[in-house]
Design a protein around this ligand. Structure first.
Ligand SMILES: [Zn+2]
Length: 410
């Protein structure tokens, strides 16, 4: 076996759209039970505001709150562009700050990343990169991917393995990522760091709702994918030197009452614009006081649960450019002008929601075994992995989760 430059290789798995209300279901599943028995677990990880996928994953991989990175939303604000035509943040340069991937590369370690948000065009940083990039209508998926992924590796994997891919839907893509992960683990020089994002659960919950039969089936599929990675590590004979970190980003809630056209209402009143976060929205306006007064006066018609003013947004370390925002009452979401939304489940709720407490397993290497730890913050994930791998990530907002380590940290 090739000599490795760090004490442990790490596989960071993100399971999208599950949170503390799902803990019981996950702890009963074989792969997650295996992790719980062999490592540390908590269902009390504070996610960040906004509770949507790209800002949260960026906070996990940078160790910084959204106030200190550039990913304020899944997508740059594109008012009046239909949501199906909107570009998202796909390139690693969009983050605007150092990541765990950079820290690993600086130590000359090898990095692979599969469907992780905001990881595209990472030449020189991520060696094996299959980023999350959504082709827009009219674009050819493979050509689009070529612009953002590790080109040669993508070409080789497409030739060898694309026949095993059942389709381009999220469930099939997650299965395909599990396969690519297995192939990476089998390599003589397997990656020192793998980050992989499975989002079958997010997709299913948006389209079918939380607690449905389809949702339960998606959770079972997630367990089977994670089991494949556990088995691949065992088969490769690197169990003793492999650390698994499994995180989630946010839960979902059912949208029983529908979507409110908040953006269109503000436009009609000539009081600014709203940018939907699902169950919340950013508000952009020239006259903030006037717009806030309008939102307060019309809060019952607009189903506003509460308004987040500048001082509250600063306290929760929201993206710097956001100075006014709203949260919807339970069961409601917001939709932008010229967009449609028929999701049965959604997120973007406030940090007080049960779905804002997420799940984390830390398994193997220096971590305690069979212990439930008190809690952590999403921004602790990068510094915790940096600690395991001996990487320098000193400028994080978060810190290594000392409670999870067998030996006290310095
Ligand atoms: Zn998500």
């Amino acid at each position: 076996m090739a000599k490795k430059k760090c004490p442990y290789n790490v596989i960071l798995i993100s399971v999208d759209a599950v949170a503390s209300p799902d803990a019981e279901s996950f702890l009963a599943l074989p792969a997650f039970k295996h992790f719980t028995e062999r490592g540390c677990f908590t269902d009390n990880v504070n996610t960040v505001y906004p509770t949507i996928t790209y800002p949260i994953h960026t906070s996990a991989i940078t160790g910084k709150y959204p106030e200190s990175h550039s990913i304020a939303h899944n997508e740059p604000w594109q008012p009046d562009v239909n949501d199906k035509m909107r570009k998202w943040y796909w390139a690693v340069k969009d983050i605007g700050t150092r990541t765990l991937w950079h820290a690993a590369r600086e130590k000359k370690l090898s990095v692979a990343s599969l469907l992780w948000p905001v990881s595209g065009k990472a030449t020189g940083v991520i060696k094996w990169d299959f980023p999350e990039v959504l082709p827009l209508p009219g674009e050819v998926p493979v050509i689009k991917m070529m612009q953002y992924a590790s080109k040669l590796w993508l070409a080789v994997t497409e030739l060898r393995y694309s026949k095993f891919r059942q389709g381009l839907g999220r469930c099939s893509m997650d299965d395909y990522m599990a396969l690519l992960c297995e192939k990476l683990i089998e390599k003589k020089n397997y990656p020192d760091l793998i980050t992989v994002h499975f989002a079958d659960t997010d997709d299913t919950r948006h389209n079918k709702g939380v607690g449905t039969e389809e949702d339960k089936a998606a959770i079972l599929r997630m367990d089977r994918r994670v089991q494949r990675l556990i088995d691949a590590v065992k088969k490769r004979g690197i169990e003793d030197r492999t650390v698994f970190a499994v995180m989630s980003d946010h839960g979902q809630q059912n949208i029983e009452k529908g979507y409110i056209p908040l953006d269109a209402k503000l436009c009609d009143a000539k009081l600014g614009r709203a940018h939907s976060l699902g169950m919340g929205a950013y508000i952009y306006a020239d006259d903030l006081e006037k717009t806030r007064a309008f939102l307060e006066e019309n809060s019952s018609e607009l189903h506003i649960k509460y308004i987040l003013k500048n001082e509250e947004l600063r306290k929760i370390r929201a993206p710097k450019e956001v100075v006014l925002a709203v949260q919807a009452e339970d069961g409601y979401g917001y939709v932008d002008r010229n967009c449609e939304c028929d999701h049965l489940g959604d997120h973007g709720f406030g940090l007080e929601a049960p779905g804002a407490k997420t799940l984390l397993w830390l398994v193997g290497g220096p971590f305690k075994k069979g212990v439930k730890i008190g809690g952590a913050d999403i921004v602790d994930i990068a510094p915790t992995i940096a600690e395991v791998m001996g990487l320098a990530m000193d400028d994080c907002d978060g810190k290594a989760i000392s409670e999870a380590f067998e030996k006290p940290l310095d």
